[in-house]
Design a protein around this ligand. Structure first.
Ligand code: ATP
Length: 280
């Protein structure tokens, strides 16, 4: 049967403003999202029986219908009225529950991959509409560009010509629940949003907008997040911030050697996950 192997990249949030809470319980956000080349590997194999099977050896990743990649396949096969099934093999390189959007990216990749394998001819717009039902960050990975994300994260505006930079990702081994972070967030009633530059011309322009409202919850509970930020700055980062609901912290660097040097220093006395990656 036909097989397709695709890379599912991680994302970081250069900016994450929580603007308010909607009556349906979701938070209204303003984010700047950037893909980086730390990727899961997804292999899709069509099967003649209609079952969907997910295989993944990583700890903390469900392998049945609870896997978001399974849900993506079910949604697309149902939408297409397809008589096929699919086996999904996932090699996780993106840390799980890390604020790096790994599950959403896997789901987006399954939608795009099945569209190709089954020759469904769905447009990116149609795939994004389908992806939105699976998770607010899924459409971003189908969009395939750096983006300003509004609403609950699904209203995307492209940000052209974002400067490329080296990113060091550091994930301390602490468990942070996304649901707990949003539940614990104290929203201020009036929210002045910082004005964003029209264009980002340099890595300094990116550093100037780095911010994440969710740090107000995570840093008091996990001071290690602030320690990593400080360490990255001392090791030559132009800017540093927590991604998503954490706990991954990233530093942006103007050279590979500076980022790698910081990675070596940080991993010397910790058992943490750390990877030097590039924006894509
Ligand atoms: P976000 O940045 O969107 O908040 P995240 O990086 O914090 O995402 P994920 O890695 O997507 O979080 O995982 C969140 C939870 O989803 C995990 O605890 C895991 O049990 C579950 N999950 C389901 N499918 C997957 C998948 N394909 N990859 C990773 N986690 C998955």
């Amino acid at each position: 049967m036909e097989t397709l192997t695709l890379s599912a990249p991680a994302k970081i949030n250069y900016l994450l403003d929580v603007i308010g809470k909607r009556p349906d319980g979701y938070h209204e956000l303003r984010m700047i999202m950037q893909r980086v080349n730390l990727c899961d590997e997804i292999t899709l194999t069509l099967t003649s029986t209609p079952d969907i099977r997910v295989f993944c050896k990583s700890k903390g990743v469900p392998d049945g219908p609870d896997n978001i990649a399974w849900k993506a396949a079910r949604t697309l096969l149902d939408r297409a009225g397809s008589r096929y099934g699919v086996t999904i093999d996932i090699i996780k390189n993106i840390p799980v529950a890390a604020g790096l959007g790994g599950g959403s990216s896997d789901a987006a990749t399954v939608l795009m991959g099945l569209n190709e394998l089954l020759k469904l001819g769905l447009t990116d717009h149609e795939l994004m509409e389908t992806g939105r039902k699976l998770g607010a960050d899924v459409p971003f990975f189908i969009f395939k560009r750096s983006a300003l994300a509004e609403g609950i994260g699904e209203k995307l505006t492209p940000l052209s010509k974002m400067p490329n930079c080296w990113i060091l990702l550091v994930n301390p081994s602490v468990h942070v629940s996304t649901a707990w972070v949003y539940k614990s967030l104290q929203l201020t009633i009036t929210r002045e949003l910082n004005k964003l530059p029209e264009f980002f011309e340099s890595i300094e322009d990116i550093a100037s907008i780095l911010s994440n409202d969710l740090e107000s919850v995570t840093i008091p509970a996990f001071p290690v997040i602030a320690d990593i930020k400080k360490r990255l700055m001392n090791l030559g980062a132009t800017g540093s911030m927590m991604s998503g609901s954490g706990p991954t912290v990233f530093g942006i660097f103007d050279s590979f050697s500076k980022a790698e040097n910081a990675r070596r220093e940080i991993t010397k006395d910790t058992g943490w996950f750390a990877a030097t990656v590039e924006t894509v």
